[in-house]
Design a protein around this ligand. Structure first.
Ligand code: PLI
Length: 457
């Protein structure tokens, strides 16, 4: 589908030579988070905070009311969220992880367990920061990169029930459902699954909280794939989805089409007072939460725009276009293609590089060195850790490379360049080497780790 917008402002891309990229990679310790963005040709590191805002959103910035308390924009923000999500309590935060931090510091205690489909890295880290355990219970199909299940983000209700029984209700303060399931390949969760998860939660009296980062893309998939949903609007589907939950966290940097912002929304007051008190301590007053009034306005407008079905058809279509080109050429990708990104299956791409040598990161390094494309590893570097009891390395089941597509930023010609580059790399895959870590931080190591290439035996 053609882009349902025309381009009013452009940002030039600099040409970067292979020699320059080689030097920058060496300086960055083979970590793409340390490479200057200006030296990247197509930046697919993340779809987070990288959207192009619309003319209406830019106009909204000019309508910012920067009063300290109860600014006009807060009411627009709050009412838009109430309208879409149906949760009356709306707490702005400066981004998604701040909402997670506020929620988890207010409701978790050491030894708790938080079941979810697949926790995103900041979610997991914030849960672990409280001494609790983040437990991933995605359906088995979600762990098989080639399985064509339409809702591979679903949380397995049986595993959930078993987990709550095993650990005891008192150690499970909430269940977290991430839509779409980012760490599991950007795969959607079905309405039927949400209802089933809700049933299990009700049986045990456990609240259900959504991580709503990519809710519109998730609801688009529901409309496209779930029986009985084709005639319903994405907004109506979203209302039903969230009606089964007790609240949500959201990074507005995804499906609110803005460059910064987030929120926490709740159905009832239970946890809200404690959260608001903490908000005032660490983020800001309850009506701005670390954001400017103009940011709240841009989010309110973005949340409405993201539900436009022409936009969603184009958005999900562009990601599918890239995935289709790669799949046709035999490049191993996670299928079906997710909502915001195409995920390369690094273990299948580089079968000779063991997980202990970070096949995903090896691919990420080669994509930048050869083609100036920046992607992100979601695999052994991000999630690998030593078992606290045995000291053995534990690696995730999937080693993925995510090509995340910023919203409304790149054209399909950019997508074709990316596809041709990945296909060329796939042909040359025998030349790629594994990596080893030479420095790492104790948590979220993928952001700052330094690595080097292993010498071929
Ligand atoms: O980057 P934040 O703090 O606004 O949001 C954190 C966050 C929470 N949940 C999920 C599912 C995310 O995807 C997420 C952030 N994602 C990033 C940065 C990404 O690159 O996917």
């Amino acid at each position: 589908m053609q882009e349902p917008f025309r381009i009013k402002v452009v940002e030039p891309l600099r040409r970067v030579t292979r020699e320059e990229r080689e030097r920058l990679l060496a300086e960055a310790g083979l970590n793409l988070f340390a490479v200057p963005a200006e030296s990247v040709s197509v930046d697919l590191l993340t779809d987070s905070g990288t959207s192009a805002m619309s003319d209406r959103q830019w106009a909204g910035l000019m309508m910012g009311d920067e009063s300290y308390a109860c600014s006009r924009n807060f009411y627009h923000f709050r009412d838009t969220i109430r309208d879409i999500f149906g949760y009356p309590i709306v707490i702005p935060t400066h981004q998604g992880r701040a909402a997670e931090h506020l929620l988890f510091s207010s409701v978790l205690k050491s030894g708790d367990v938080v079941p979810g489909n697949t926790h995103f890295d900041t979610t997991r880290a914030n849960i672990e920061h409280q001494g609790a355990e983040a437990r991933d219970l995605v359906i088995d199909e979600g762990l098989d990169p080639s399985c064509l299940h339409p809702f591979k983000g679903n949380l397995d209700p049986l595993k959930l029930d078993r987990t709550i029984r095993e650990v005891g209700r008192e150690r499970v303060p909430l269940v977290m459902l991430t839509v779409t399931n980012n760490s599991g390949g950007g795969q959607p969760v079905s309405l039927a699954n949400v209802r089933a998860v809700r049933e299990v939660c009700d049986r045990h009296g456990v609240p259900l909280i959504f991580d709503a980062c990519r809710f519109a893309e998730n609801c688009w998939f529901i409309r496209e794939r779930e029986p009985g949903c084709a005639q319903r609007s994405v907004k109506v589907i979203a209302r039903e989805l969230f009606s089964h939950g007790d609240g949500c966290t959201m990074s507005a940097k995804k499906d609110a089409l803005v460059n910064i912002g987030g929120f926490l929304a709740l159905k009832n007051e239970g946890w809200a007072e404690k959260i608001r008190n903490l908000l005032i301590l660490v983020e800001g007053f309850a009506t701005y939460g670390g954001l400017a009034g103009r940011d709240l306005e841009a989010i309110a407008i973005g949340l409405t725009e993201v539900l436009d079905e022409d936009y969603l058809a184009y958005r999900v279509g562009q990601v599918a276009y890239l995935g289709g080109l790669l799949d046709e050429a035999g490049v191993p990708i996670v299928k079906p293609v997710g909502g915001h990104a195409v995920y390369l299956d690094a273990r299948a791409f580089l079968p000779d590089v063991p997980q202990s040598q970070f096949p995903g990161q090896a691919l990420v390094v080669a994509l930048y060195r050869e083609f100036g494309i920046r992607a992100v590893e979601i695999g052994s570097l991000m999630f690998g850790h030593r078992d606290p009891k045995t000291g053995e390395w534990v690696f995730p089941k999937l080693d993925l490379v995510r090509l995340a597509i910023p919203r409304r930023v790149y054209t399909n010609e950019h997508m074709r360049y990316v596809a041709e580059s990945v296909i060329a790399l796939h042909r040359e895959r025998g030349r790629l080497r594994g990596l080893r870590i030479i420095w790492e931080a104790p948590a979220l190591r993928h952001f700052t780790a330094r690595l080097e290439e292993l010498v071929r035996p």
